[in-house]
Design a protein around this ligand. Structure first.
Ligand SMILES: Nc1ncnc2c1ncn2[C@@H]1O[C@H](COP(=O)(O)OP(=O)(O)OP(=O)(O)O)[C@@H](O)[C@H]1O
Ligand SMILES: O=C(O)c1ccc[n+]([C@@H]2O[C@H](COP(=O)([O-])O)[C@@H](O)[C@H]2O)c1
Length: 216
């Protein structure tokens, strides 16, 4: 008998700002594969992109506002406490240490992140310590650009969600989550132009953005 509540899942991001393209696919995923909790984790110093417009404190507050009425999500502040680049490999090493070798762990990403994943800092270490669950995102292919990366992907793929619960790490699962054509970049651009974003992110997050004078 598989313990469907055993799998722990973490969803990392820059969240500048957090939006429905983050929240809704993960909520759908949780229903599909039986997750009772998702740990949402803003980074402090994104290792791979320019420093965000909002401060870490502001990005954390926006995540708190976004999940206030969503018991599925709990906030993890571990990367916010580190001043060094927020390498996922380091975070996963710490998390694995805390959870022990048997616990099934997963890191949730969008399709765009899968494409860059082989270039992440110590990518092999990450996959040694967790599964990758990939949410659909419009505008990105589901195949890797380089043949070697495609072979790597295929060697880790599973279509059996139960394996995520029974194995501790090492599988990549392409989840059939709904598509949301939303990005934080789009939201920042629309806000800069004074355009409405009501249907792109939760109202309390939008109110906070206005109150703080962000993305103008
Ligand atoms: N619309 C979306 N659908 C599915 N996954 C998404 C979507 N937007 C973001 N993600 C995923 O959420 C994680 C965090 O993304 P991030 O905070 O960088 O948001 P973003 O909208 O891509 O931001 P930006 O436009 O600033 O690059 C990443 O793994 C990313 O792939
Ligand atoms: O560790 C890395 O090398 C690395 C490279 C790119 C992205 N990440 C992490 O992947 C998550 C999604 O990244 P982003 O930029 O799409 O928000 C977030 O937690 C990042 O810190 C991590």
């Amino acid at each position: 008998m598989v313990d469907m509540n055993q799998l722990q899942a973490m969803f990392g991001g820059t969240f500048d700002p957090v939006h429905y393209g983050h929240l809704k696919p993960v909520e759908a995923l949780a229903n599909q594969i039986g997750l009772s909790r998702v740990i949402i984790m803003p980074n402090n110093v994104p290792p791979h992109r320019p420093q965000p417009e909002a401060t870490s404190q502001q990005r954390k507050t926006m995540v708190e506002l976004a999940i206030a009425d969503k018991p599925l999500f709990t906030l993890d502040e571990r990367e916010l406490r580190r001043d060094a680049p927020s390498y996922t490999a380091q975070t996963l090493l710490e998390w694995r240490e805390e959870q022990g070798p048997q616990r099934s762990l997963a890191f949730i990403i969008g399709q765009d992140s899968l494409l860059t994943f082989p270039g992440w800092h110590h990518a092999d270490t990450i996959l040694n310590h967790c599964h990758l669950i990939v949410c659909r995102r419009p505008g990105y292919p589901l195949t890797m650009e380089q043949e070697a990366h495609q072979q790597w992907l295929e060697s880790h793929l599973t279509t059996d969600a139960e394996m995520l619960h029974t194995l501790p790490a090492g599988k990549i699962y392409l989840a059939e989550t709904p598509w949301f054509n939303i990005s934080a970049t789009l939201i920042r651009e629309r806000l800069e132009k004074g355009e409405r974003c009501d249907d792109l992110l939760p109202a309390p997050v939008l109110a906070y953005i206005k109150e703080q004078g962000l993305y103008r």
